[in-house]
Design a protein around this ligand. Structure first.
Ligand SMILES: [Zn+2]
Length: 443
């Protein structure tokens, strides 16, 4: 099977190409400029629409098995396909069982069977007492091991202690497997919230210092046990400076932030709208600016959704109580237009780096993340001048609740290809499901 995908705006690692991507048997064999396009090969012409490498989202909570009423493989991967994501990595919670043992990982694979619209990999989890499982989880192909330093939200996934980290990090160093950390440490004392339950009180209860203290602690541990270390969902711009300093010496410390920290600031959050609840919380405008600077200067490597949905009943929408509501933002399908809307003057090559090539490289997905010969033909066809109107009928997530509801976002994902096969076509999902469960190669 051979085909050409033409566009005047193909986003490749070496710049924007006006030409065609030549695909054979699901793999890219060449990127031609217009003068060298071969005739006689079936071609699809996208004109001025951009062809980006399929996005790679390394931070998605699918919650299947056990809590598929929160989100399941079928709905999550359809949402991913509709968002131009061709590979995602599932977090070890909030499924039940949580993915902290080999048998739980097998249950994940079982639950995913026959349901995948895009490729899905899995992270394992570190909880007290399970460091003995890491070797087996790595052998079975997990892409990283995730730990919390504060309460995770569910009791089956307790936070790791210093003892657990000291046990796990040498193992991860030997395996060269990333330790992903939710980097917040509880503060001993915080000012009283005087019964307030609004977003301001929530955000004051999780100050930047919680993230900074956690980062300092992790960096000290990394000096001792230099395993690959990945800070998930950095929201505190005060954390950038200490990370930058360490990263000049260590290339295996990586940092992620999320679309909601780049799009929203505190002043945009309606005080009692718990759809905006996440941890760490959405912070002020100045902080948002500094996160953008962090991305632009290379202090933050990538953007992941941290898609973390729950049934509507758990959002405490009736009371607007941020302390009772489930924390987590649903936005898997909208990462690309969210980002495109949030920044003026952004280049699509930056988007491709932050949302595709860097996460692919960091998590060992060497066959994807770029439009270049030898890579998989995973593409997102994106209309940068289009708009995405976020309304319930077009949302593919299991639940339609999202803080982006009712917004007109800039840019629109028009098509998504997985290994050269069309999996999303302007609101429709043609053909049989072609996503696969993937494992990290041991090389
Ligand atoms: Zn998460």
């Amino acid at each position: 099977m051979e085909s050409l995908f033409r566009s005047t705006c193909i986003i490749t690692p070496s710049g924007v190409v006006d030409g065609a991507v030549h695909v054979r048997d699901g793999m890219i064999v060449a990127v031609h400029d217009t003068s060298e396009i071969a005739c006689g090969i079936p071609s699809e012409d996208f004109g001025g629409l951009a062809i980006l490498p399929g996005l790679v989202d390394p931070h998605v909570h699918i919650n299947d098995p056990g809590r598929s009423d929160w989100e399941g493989f079928e709905t999550a991967t359809r949402a991913a396909a509709a968002g131009g994501i061709t590979t995602l990595i599932d977090m070890p919670l909030n499924s039940s069982p949580v993915t902290t043992t080999l048998s739980a990982l097998h249950a994940k694979h079982e639950a995913a069977k026959g349901k995948l619209s895009v490729d899905v990999g899995f992270h394992g989890g570190l909880i007290p007492g399970n460091s003995g499982q890491i070797q087996a989880l790595a052998g079975a192909g997990v892409f990283g091991i995730k730990a919390f330093l504060v309460h995770s939200g569910i009791d089956e996934f307790p936070n790791a202690t210093m003892v657990d980290l000291r046990e796990a990090m040498p193992i991860l160093q030997r395996l060269n497997l990333p330790l992903l950390v939710h980097a917040e440490l509880d503060e001993a004392t915080l000012p009283s919230r005087d019964g307030r339950t609004d977003h301001g009180a929530w955000s004051a209860s999780r100050p930047q210092s919680m993230e900074v203290r956690a980062i300092d602690m992790l960096l000290r541990l990394h000096e001792e046990f230099p395993c690959p270390l990945h800070i998930v969902h950095l929201a505190a711009s005060d954390g950038i400076a200490p990370l930058r300093e360490m990263r000049t010496r260590w290339k295996n410390i990586t940092v992620e932030t999320c679309p909601h920290y780049l799009f929203f600031s505190e002043s945009m959050v309606p005080p009692n709208n718990t759809l905006f609840k996440c941890a760490p919380p959405i912070r002020d405008e100045q902080n948002k600016k500094r996160l953008w600077e962090g991305l632009e200067k290379g202090d933050i490597d990538m953007i992941a959704s941290d898609h973390s949905p729950c049934p509507p009943g758990m959002k405490a929408l009736d009371t607007g109580d941020f302390f009772r509501a489930w924390g987590g933002i649903s936005s898997l399908q909208f990462g690309l237009p969210i980002l495109w809307s949030a920044s003026v003057g952004l280049a699509l090559s930056d988007v491709a780096r932050w949302m595709s090539s860097t996460p692919a490289r960091v998590f060992g997905l060497g066959d994807r993340g770029a439009i270049a010969p030898g890579y998989r033909a995973d593409f997102a066809v994106f209309d940068p001048r289009g708009t995405t109107f976020v309304e319930p009928s077009m949302i593919q997530h299991r639940h339609k609740l999202t803080p982006y509801a009712g917004r007109k976002l800039q840019g629109r994902v028009v098509r998504t290809y997985l290994q050269g096969t069309l999996v999303f076509d302007d609101g429709k999902f043609p053909g049989p499901l072609s996503g696969r469960a993937i494992s990290r190669s041991q090389s």
